[in-house]
Design a binder for this molecule. Structure first.
Ligand code: FAD
Length: 301
């Protein structure tokens, strides 16, 4: 078993997830999760905004199987939208469809996300649909197709490890898109497994959307990719208002700030809330060196 398989396995463990919710931010999660309540969240957002960095806020939670929990998640997200508006924060929202009931019932989920998108559209706030594992890919695109009949404040994510990402980016090119490598464990018949192949496809998708798409969010901590994008946009005279770089809260903070100082639009993905466990374990799966974050937190008490 690889370290990636090990941590992805842990991320899906329900018992550990429940325990994590009960005991609050532990195991070093504090460095990468911006608190468990709205006050702590808004303090982090304001601090980033003051440094010229915009934010996308994730009210943590996923794979919900209980209607009550999904409705609570929707209400919390609506509170975050209100807080963004009241604080005049430079922020938008990232949501996960499984947090809002996609595994319970498609139409139940659609009603929940509609309420969120409707509320956000009144305040001109953008809603991004994060993409989860392959089993939720098509239903998530279906939600987006349905919502885009009435709203234009929505966008989504293209995951470069999927063979079908090229077709999907063509189909959704007129949306604001975040392009990522992909965070879940996917089988060989659906997704590239080799890092070089994922990186190659990632670059192809980014270049395609920068040239043909609407606004592009390039979400990566990989400086090789970032440097490639910087050269590419220079060579093709692509204006800085057509794209942004994104990274996760707490990762490569110096590089985040440096890119913002260089005049690139920069957006930090800010997760918050008590349901931090699955998110945190996926970060360990991506980069076992992130375990350093755990060590620092444990020993700096
Ligand atoms: P990696 O491939 O992990 O790393 C490449 C190289 O970059 C490393 O070898 C190292 O040299 C350098 N590097 C990486 N991290 C660090 C670090 N912390 N410190 C120093 N050097 C480092 N995935 C989804 O499936 N769905 C989503 O909706 C989604 N949304 C995301 C949103 C944001 C803002 C981000 C940043 C990621 C998101 N992801 C999402 C996760 C993404 O798919 C990848 O799993 C994750 O970003 C790891 O890949 P990477 O491109 O950052 O670089």
């Amino acid at each position: 078993m690889t370290p990636k398989d090990f941590f992805i396995g842990l991320s899906q463990n329900k018992l550990l997830n429940d325990l994590a919710k009960k005991y609050g931010l532990q195991l070093g999660a504090k460095s990468v999760v911006a608190g468990t309540n709205l006050e702590e969240l808004m303090a982090s957002v304001k601090e980033l905004n003051a440094q010229g960095i915009s934010t996308t806020i994730d009210n943590l939670g996923e794979f919900v199987s209980d209607k009550k929990e999904a409705i609570e998640a929707k209400e919390q997200i609506i509170q975050v939208i209100e807080a963004i508006h009241e604080n005049n924060a430079n922020a938008h929202i990232s949501v996960k469809a499984t947090q809002l009931g996609l595994d319970i019932d498609y139409h139940f989920c659609l009603e929940n996300v509609k309420e969120i998108v409707e509320k956000a559209s009144k305040y001109n706030i953008f809603i991004n649909f994060d993409m989860e594992d392959y089993s939720h890919l098509q239903p998530s695109f279906d939600l987006i197709d349905e919502l885009s009949k009435d709203y234009d404040n929505i966008g989504t994510v293209i995951q470069a490890y999927f063979f079908e990402s090229g077709e999907n980016i063509e189909k959704y090119k007129d949306y604001r898109l975040r392009i990522v490598k992909g965070a879940y464990k996917e089988p060989e018949n659906l997704a590239y497994q080799d890092k070089k192949e994922i990186d190659r496809n990632f670059i192809e998708l980014i270049e395609y959307h920068l040239l043909h798409g609407k606004f592009t969010s390039i979400a990566t901590h990989d400086h090789h990719i970032i440097n490639h994008v910087k050269r590419f946009v220079d060579e093709h005279h692509i204006s800085k208002d057509k794209f942004e770089f994104q990274m996760l809260y707490g990762f490569r903070k110096d590089l985040q700030l440096q890119l913002a100082k260089e005049g690139y639009q920069f957006c930090t993905y800010v997760p918050f809330g008590s349901d931090w466990y699955g998110y945190f374990m996926r970060r360990l799966a991506e980069r076992p060196q992130n375990i350093n974050l755990v060590a620092k937190q444990v020993f700096n008490k």
